[in-house]
Design a protein around this ligand. Structure first.
Ligand SMILES: [Zn+2]
Length: 273
């Protein structure tokens, strides 16, 4: 029996996947044919594509952008539209009133007006003027929580931590903070968000402290000590926000001192009803 490697194209709508399989050839009979294992694999790929297509079709995706690790991105979202942030590592997220960019996200109002330190599905991101900018409509991050305490990482912050002039402690008791100048990221979320909002003439010091998606923190309730953790989404998770006013939204795929990954940002029209 001969075995021949070929690449099969599996199509489902506009989605195409390439799958390497082996064709088995015999001198007689119904050949060439696939091994049962490869046939099941093709079926699994086809099913995965079909599910993904149904997911795409369930809402009308207006834009889908992959944001490379340690870079930023900004997009406008019209009232009623949704923006999805998907990934497996920390995303620093800020928002502005598109028609008055001085009205921006406010960590303190968001916590105080809802009387909670953590927000998830059903909660809102509030502006400095106490207006809802966005409502979280979906949150699939099951392993941990999002953060509303921390600011943004930056080259300066990395340098301060490396020099022992600023704190960054992990609950796991390990210290992954880069120490050698050559290991310190050249930039962080502060620089990424600054670049992202520059076309709207927002100066870096006017960027608010962010909503830190997928950044699970731990707190000592007595001392108030704040600890970072390594808790992140096991598989890709996403948070969907519905715009309560026309917004400018900006994100940074946090470098996480080298552990950060690319993220995805989609704007979509929600399903009717
Ligand atoms: Zn960061």
């Amino acid at each position: 029996m001969n075995r021949r490697k070929v690449t099969k194209l599996v199509r489902e709508g506009e989605r195409v996947a390439e799958v390497d399989v082996e064709l088995l050839e015999e001198p007689e009979g119904w050949s060439p044919y696939l091994s049962p294992a490869d046939a099941y694999r093709l079926d699994a790929v086809r099913e995965a594509l079909r599910r993904r297509r149904l997911e795409d079709m369930s809402h009308n995706v207006l834009s889908s952008v992959t944001v490379p690790k340690n870079s930023g991105y900004a997009v406008t979202v019209t009232k009623g539209q949704c923006v999805r942030v998907a990934g497996r590592s920390v995303v620093d997220f800020v928002a502005f009133n598109l028609h008055d960019l001085t009205e921006r996200f406010d960590q303190a109002r968001t916590k105080t007006n809802q009387a909670k330190l953590f927000i998830s599905t059903g909660d809102q991101l509030l502006s400095k003027l106490n207006n809802p900018l966005l409502t979280i409509v979906t949150d699939t991050f099951a392993q941990g929580r999002h953060d509303l305490q921390k600011g943004m990482c930056s080259r300066k912050r990395f340098e301060l931590v490396a020099a022992g002039l600023a704190q960054r402690n992990f609950i796991e008791g390990v210290d992954p903070n880069p120490k050698r100048p050559e290991d310190i990221p050249t930039h962080g979320c502060y620089e990424n968000l600054s670049d992202a909002v520059r076309p709207w003439d927002i100066v870096p010091v006017d960027i608010p402290s962010p909503f830190n998606i997928f950044q699970t923190m731990r707190f000592d309730p007595e001392t108030g000590a704040i600890f970072d953790t390594f808790v992140r989404p096991k598989d890709e998770a996403h948070v969907d926000f519905r715009a309560e006013m026309d917004c400018l939204v900006a994100v940074s795929a946090c470098p996480e001192s080298g552990r950060g990954q690319a993220i995805r940002v989609e704007v979509f029209e929600p399903e009717e009803g």
